[in-house]
Design a protein around this ligand. Structure first.
Ligand SMILES: [Zn+2]
Length: 179
């Protein structure tokens, strides 16, 4: 396998030369004195909220990224944000076109078939696992499913606003999805 991108060691070495004049934009106190917002997006480098919404480095909202941008993975973090500072005021779920676990990507059955040849443990650990791929849905359907999951989480604030969007990775445009 060849990798045309910098390795983790390359990235860490570059950081060792980080600017001595660096000043953090926010302190923990700043964050504790305001409402939190969160964007849930896929870990795919084409689906970075900093790029598609122009969020400045080091500034809110909090960004939660995982395979597919699925809410099931993000609930723990949303619950923590709900307790921190003034609490969680808004969440946006963003799924993107041409996602590796979306309509053009792989599904849970494929993951279950592929991991045994690569994993270090025994395959009995696979039986109960779900990976929340959404190959069987449109991006709009999976966004709605995740919005409903967030709305149904009884541990989150009752007035939290829940938004949904689909990012088109070919145009970098997001389109709102409503429940
Ligand atoms: Zn993706």
């Amino acid at each position: 396998m060849t990798n045309p991108f910098p390795t983790i060691q390359d990235l860490a070495e570059k950081n060792a030369g980080a600017s001595p004049g660096f000043k953090p934009k926010l302190t923990l106190q700043d964050l504790m004195s305001r409402n939190a917002m969160a964007v849930i997006s896929c870990m795919d480098p084409r689906a970075d909220p900093k790029d598609f919404w122009g969020i400045e480095a080091g500034m809110p909202p909090g960004v939660i990224r995982n395979a597919g941008g699925r809410a099931a993975d993000a609930l723990r973090s949303l619950e923590v944000l709900s307790a921190l500072g003034e609490g969680l005021s808004a969440v946006a779920v963003v799924h993107h076109t041409h996602c590796g676990v979306g309509p053009h990507g792989i599904d849970d059955a494929y993951i279950k078939r592929t991991l045994p040849g690569r994993m270090r443990g025994s395959s009995s650990a696979l039986e109960e696992k779900h990976w929340d791929s959404f190959k069987h849905q449109t991006e709009e359907e999976s966004v709605r499913e995740d919005m409903k999951l967030i709305v149904a989480d009884k541990l989150l604030p009752k007035d939290v606003q829940v938004f949904g969007f689909v990012l088109d990775v070919e145009t970098n445009r997001t389109t709102e999805v409503r429940l």
